[in-house]
Design a protein around this ligand. Sequence first.
Ligand code: GLA
Length: 734
Amino acid sequence: MVKYYEDERIFKLDTPNTTYMIGIVDEEGFIGHIYYGRKLKDAEASYLLRTGEPPFVPGRNNRERCSFYDCFPFEYPTGGVGDYRESCISVKTQGGHMTSMLSYVSHEIFGGKPELEGLPATFADEADCMTLRITCEDRAVGMRVELLYTAFNDTDVITRSTRVINMGSGSFYLTKVFSACIDMDNRDFDMVTLHGSWARERHIQRKSLGYGIQNVSSFRGESSHQDHPFIALTDKNTTQENGEIYAMNFVYSGNFRAQAEVSQFDSVRLSMGIHPEGFCWKLESGECFQTPEVVMVYTDKGFDAMTLSFHRLYKKHLIRGEYRNKKRPILINNWEATYFDFDTQKLLAIAKEASALGIEMLVMDDGWFGNRNSDNCALGDWVVNESKLKGGLKYLVDEVNKLGMKFGIWFEPEMISPDSDLYRAHPDWAIAVPGRTPAQSRQQYVLDLSRREVVEYVYEAVASVLRSANIEYVKWDMNRQLSDIGSAGLAPDRQGELYHRYVLAVYELQGRLIKEFPHLLLENCSGGGARFDPGMLYFGPQIWCSDDTDAIERLEIQEGTALIYPLSTMGAHVSDCPNHAIGRNTPFETRGIVALAGTFGYELDVTKIPDADRKMIPSQVAMYHKYNDLVREGDYYRIASYSSNRSYDCWEVVSCDRTHALVTYVQVLNRPNFKSRRILVKGLDADKRYTVSYVNNKDIEKTSCSGDTLMKAGLLIPNMWGDFKALLIDIEEN
Ligand code: GLA
């Protein structure tokens, strides 16, 4: 619900439990942030803008204008005019000036939500949301800025983005353009972010917010393993179940900055947008620039509630395609099984064994094309290697189909190996700066996707392979980050557009692909989980979470990922031991139970693993079929975290009608004489009675309890002998 109160000059945006308020003040039309928090009945707190407090009165007193600017809570702060906190937008005019200032011009309020040109974004129809567009202008620059806000009716989410239009007769440069900002009072917050590395993505990090600027960012051309386009400010005592949280997540897959700045006046500016470093966009007269979208969630009910808001939004209003509400085929991927050493025979042997065990799709990973027998060559040469795949790709796919299995394939379309036919023919297609040899990473360069001919080549390369056989799944990989930013196709004053144009081209390519192949299941990937973000989820419903498939390492990776993203999006496989990323041995059963919390699949040579493990596969397959609807569609709750207690991990999914829940408990380290662990189940109906049964341990007796008891008194977890043990607990209404 969005409403404008004309007398008060206040916009009030309501979601089921939150209110966001914006005020227009003074004859200059400053647009100020009044309030974001628990739902308010009335639109009347504009005193929070503090415009009447001397010496900060805006219009009447030019003497202390700087002080006014420097403490006013701006909705979209500009720079160089007296607000010395970090701005959201920087321009460079033809005169070389770099200041700007925005005043309110007009607004529109309407049902539904417009698409953002060229960009992924959340979507909803008129029944589910309302949108406010505030138009403001800087007449000295000749710039119009549209601030777009959408308030959802079915979840506590407000989205924001910004559109900049050049209204003048000449061009100007945008050197920074963020998507959203909230100026609010400091309340001794903690800052929560997700940090990581290759094979250790998205670990939750929480620290005290101090004075000055604190940010996380990526300048790597993708959302990255290292920092994540997510930031949250929480109360010091915010827990899973209680406390305030202001969170932002960026629907974008390239460079970003997520920042909190605590000022001298004890205000906090929380902002998010495209990283300004390396960014410079030329806007000709009449042209516009659309920023990506920021998703904002506020709650006073702790992390469980924040997570539910993000999950509900992404499940209903971001992910598209036929697999969004459908069980995904259980796949077996040959990467950790064979690496580059495979041929048709080997793949068919794996497929045959796998199909007998109930696995539903074979995915052929890296190494099927050109001369690719190691990772040092052939990216770009998307021609089937027929000495490996004798009889061709179609033969292999048909044989796999005959086994009753689907077939999927791996691509890394954005890349070019220096040792490839493509590079020999088009060395200028690689991103590079004239006069300097670009840095290699995994012995490869990145294709310059700002060039039309390169985009067309890439599209046809992928699409023609998909047209040649019955391929029902694509794993779209990206195994290096960008460097040496230079394009042979862009004018000197447009080189600063390359990072963003690259991301736009990835979106265009994937958009075209799912349009031509609407039944395709697209799984994104980037050296594991370096491009796990809402931007990519708009195109494919699942993303490979991490190259680390160890069940114990996965606990923290999946916990951090699930803080924002639905379990249905997390690519998770059972792999062989000792684990290929860290050498740890864990029980096959635990590997299966941890992977059940994601898309579920296998990544091992099923013809070679121990018999005892192989025999367990049919029961894991059965568990997947029994529980995947619940895992995919249910509400997710975090019960305990190995990341903080260093002993055990526990999470739960509950069906939306509260009749069925599944609790996963992983005993990471057993402890002698340690008192039994008690877990409090969440999200049940207090008035219903439930049967509690232990899915993978029938020796433990079933019990029956009310939801009330299970949520307040909890459940005792029996002792399990050994480390790395897992228990799956089914809780179903009697
Ligand atoms: C990346 C992916 C892996 C695998 C390899 C192939 O590292 O994350 O799953 O596909 O590339 O080279």
